[in-house]
Design a protein around this ligand. Structure first.
Ligand SMILES: Cc1ncc(COP(=O)(O)O)c(C=O)c1O
Length: 347
């Protein structure tokens, strides 16, 4: 299984024979405004990276976590988790391990558990209530790309089911920074909690996906297990340094949320103008427009230099949030495509 992602502009530009500089790339859910890179002291470049106590302190504060540990992107733990679970859960080696995944959602989870030989089960909008012993349940909250959300009571009830069945709950909160804090399950995790792991992306909200840093929030036992599997210099020093400043900068967080919400609102108004009566799911980092003929409209957009993400189910297009300049570009492109879009919407 090859997992397709947004952010493949070089390949797409070649395919459509349009120079990269002429594209409007909205294919990811990465914020269009990045945390300003501070001036990085020379020793941070020269020395081997150190995970400082202060980084752990500001990360715990930001995520409201008892324990949290940096990763080179949450993706790195998504890939390692089956092996870790195998070591931790003795039954894994004797029984088939069952893994419950959202039918729609970031496919790297599915890929990792599939590679580990697990039996996969898919749920739609409702969280599974009936699970096998020694299972893993993956929840993406909010879901990318469907934007489905689960509140703490729903997740708590799932955690209790996991408790009874000796199962592990993995909550991927890659896009949760833009939600109010009560949506995050991190604060529910106690030091002794041993059946929940929450993954947090750094790159999306802070607009710095290229530096490859993310965090895991969990109880003490998972914290120790994960720490032991992290090599001494897995995350580069500049990324650790930038994250330490960024996570502590409450003023910037507030402004970033306001800006993203504002842009999201404006973009939603624009999209509704061109896609009336079409179901749209939006948050402050991406918006997903469900269409009968999404692949066709995707190709029309590409021919006009607009790169969005065609969902894996081929039933929707996901747009990243635009800056003001990008919003103007988007409007011009949508106007140019309008006759093709409206023709296709009524087909
Ligand atoms: C839902 C979700 N989880 C996790 C990731 C991995 O992101 P990162 O490794 O940058 O934290 C992504 C990336 O797109 C994602 O969409």
């Amino acid at each position: 299984m090859t997992v397709l992602h947004g952010g493949q502009l070089t390949r797409i530009a070649k395919e459509y024979n349009i120079p990269k500089s002429q594209w409007l790339d909205l294919s990811t859910g990465i914020a269009p405004y990045s945390y300003p890179i501070p001036s990085i002291p020379i020793n941070i470049w020269q020395d081997l990276p150190t995970i400082t106590d202060n980084l752990l302190f500001v990360a715990r504060q930001y995520y409201q976590a008892k324990y949290c540990w940096p990763l080179s992107g949450s993706q790195s733990l998504i890939e390692k988790l089956p092996e870790l679970w195998k070591t931790q859960n003795k039954a894994f080696n004797t029984d088939i391990s069952h893994v419950y995944l959202p039918k729609v959602g970031y496919k790297e989870h599915q890929q990792a558990w599939q590679k580990a030989g697990c039996k996969l089960h898919f749920y739609q909008q409702y969280l599974p209530t009936d699970i096998e012993n020694n299972s893993v349940v993956v929840v993406i909250n909010p879901n990318n790309p469907s934007n489905d959300k689960f509140n703490q009571a729903q997740l708590k009830s799932l955690q209790e089911t996991c408790e009874k069945t000796n199962s592990l709950l993995v909550i991927d909160e890659a896009f949760a920074d833009i939600l109010s804090p009560e949506w995050s399950f991190v604060s529910q995790i106690q030091a002794q909690t041993d059946n929940v792991i929450v993954l947090r992306s750094f790159g999306k909200f802070f607009g710095l996906a290229g530096i490859r840093i993310g965090f895991v929030c969990c109880g003490l036992q998972w914290f120790n297990r994960i720490r032991q599997t992290t090599g001494p210099w897995e995350i580069n020093g500049p990324a650790l340094y930038i994250a330490e400043q960024a996570l502590a900068d409450k003023n910037w967080h507030k402004k970033q949320i306001e800006k993203l919400q504002d842009q999201s609102q404006k973009q939603q108004t624009l999209l509704i103008k061109y896609f009336p009566a079409v179901s749209t799911q939006s948050n402050a980092l991406f918006m997903t427009v469900f269409l009968n003929n999404a692949p066709h409209i995707y190709r029309i957009f590409c021919q006009h230099g607009l790169y969005v993400r065609l969902t894996d189910e081929n039933d929707a297009l996901r747009f990243g949030i635009c800056s003001n300049r990008q919003l103007q570009q988007l409007e011009v492109i949508l106007k140019d495509c309008d006759k093709f879009i409206s023709h296709n919407l009524t087909e």
